[in-house]
Design a binder for this molecule. Sequence first.
Ligand code: TEU
Length: 620
Amino acid sequence: MNGLHHENGYLGKEPWWKDATFYQVYPASFKDSDGDGWGDIPGLISKIDYLHDLGVDVVWLSPVFESPQADMGYDVSDYQKIYAPYGTVEDVDALVEACHVRGMKLILDLVVNHTSIEHGWFKESRSSKTNPKRDWYIWKPARYNSEGQRIPPTNWRGYFAGPTWTWDEHTQEYYLHLYASEQPDLNWESEACREAIYDNTMRFWLERGVDGFRIDTVNKYSKRTEYVDASITDPSSTCQPAPEMWCNGPRIHEFIHEMRTKALEPYGAVSVGELSNTPHPSQVLPYVSSAARELDMVFEFSMIRLGTGGMFGPKYTYVPFTLPQMKAIVAKWQTFIEGTDGWTTVFCENHDNGRAVSRFGDCSTPELWQASAKTLALWQATLTGTLFLYQGQEIGMTNMPATWGIDKYKDVESLNFYAEAVASGDQKTIADTMHGLRILARDHSRIPFQWDDSPNAGFAEKGVKTWMQIHDEYRDINAAKQLVDQDSILNFYKRILQLRKKYKDLFVFGTFRLLQGEHKAIFSYVKESPHETSNSYPQTNGHSVNGHDGRKRAAVVVLNFSKDKQECLDVRDVFDCNDNDTIRLLVSTQHNEDDEGLTLGKNTSTPALQPWEGRVYVNF
Ligand code: TEU
């Protein structure tokens, strides 16, 4: 068991999902079991033991519902059917069972800001202005400019480039879509629509035993109702970024509270919502305050957006960043819950971003790749909040090769931004966009999982044409190779996920204090238990718990985010040790388990950090 079965909670009252390790599966690219080059649910079931052995508690499955796949299933045409290449509703039942028998849980991706244009609700809504479901979507009349040409109701730019409005010839009105024109926004102002969402999507799957949801674009259900132009921040375009018009709108907290009380709480469902364009802790807290009864957790995106040129037009114009900038963001989102009843999440990858080791680590040599992937792992595993991993992160999967051209990119967002650059006719814009895509594109995390060194990397049978190309390096980077290598990234993940659980008061629940904020190469911080020292840690490995006169248990985490050897700060000094206090090395990215437990005795200086080495020292 992986620690889910402590209903009383670690502190006697903490909910199970706080110290659970979540793992996101992108189903099209996880495991193909039927030879169509597209992953499926039976394929995922065949790998559940792999996830269980890794230390995963909860599988988050990205959308598998019926969909024309305009946006890889984030355009649902029937919430109660499964897209045939993924399998059937019964396969989901079998997946729930496969998780539950292992003490694991399953959450699905809930996409209810919008549907597909192929959804029956939208077909009805667009059938006539008087259809009872007309107001389940957001329809507005055209405007006309001074030349008498028809223009959209507002000047808003959507996420995937272009306007947020599409003209409907049949009923002579525009409908709103924040994403692709195939993804019309539902109108949460309609109570009948909200009730249909709760019943048709959430209750349906919770009744079948699913344990909760990752909730897509959760802060966009309430739009400002004036529907006016956004101010012009990009004079070169007719469309302007306008998140203030449709994000965190006036009724958002009412809607989310209602959704929770009517559809989630009755089932004890866990919820983690995606909270974009919300960079201030004071805005985030109301969503995650337990007293407010809205969401259990959210994903805040400041860290994962590092390097992007903004959310809209210049997103793929890469902007380099420094380690101090990154540390400040992490510190902000680690500490914002301290002294509150809110909670936070920890993640550095998902299906909407480039691979962490390519963006934040160093892939210039195999040694640096391995060292940096482990240090990123140690960083994530020692942060406070609920930890989310993304498929392939645990084996250090990297971005698609830089030699691959735009023809290998499949994502609607990548292709639209690239087309927009081409339409500009400016060679520099095209080159800059391609450069940005090579680092940041959503495609990088979506290529097939590298299971082994057989043709198609064990993702699909030999000879099958896979929906995205297999990475050129699959023979070097794959799960099978790492399973049998004691020093692999995968085995390091297994080890530290266990340590994270064992010392959860430090790593999951601890307070966070950044050290050396301005240091350009070292990321160091103190994690401190919220409790006074007690003898509650088991005495293991011959290391006794040493009382330290009522001092709180603490860990000092030192991570070298560079390819150069770095002097380490004096760890004994950080702990404010007495002469006879023992400081112990709990883990280093460069040691096997057997080497752990080295102590830093009195008058011992802390050894320098090797390139991309990470270590954790503890005072017990
Ligand atoms: O993404 C929501 C979103 O707004 C962004 O965070 C996302 O990263 C996107 O790249 C915007 O540029 C969610 C899903 O995670 C994403 O895959 C979907 O495309 C989107 O919703 C629409 O459903």
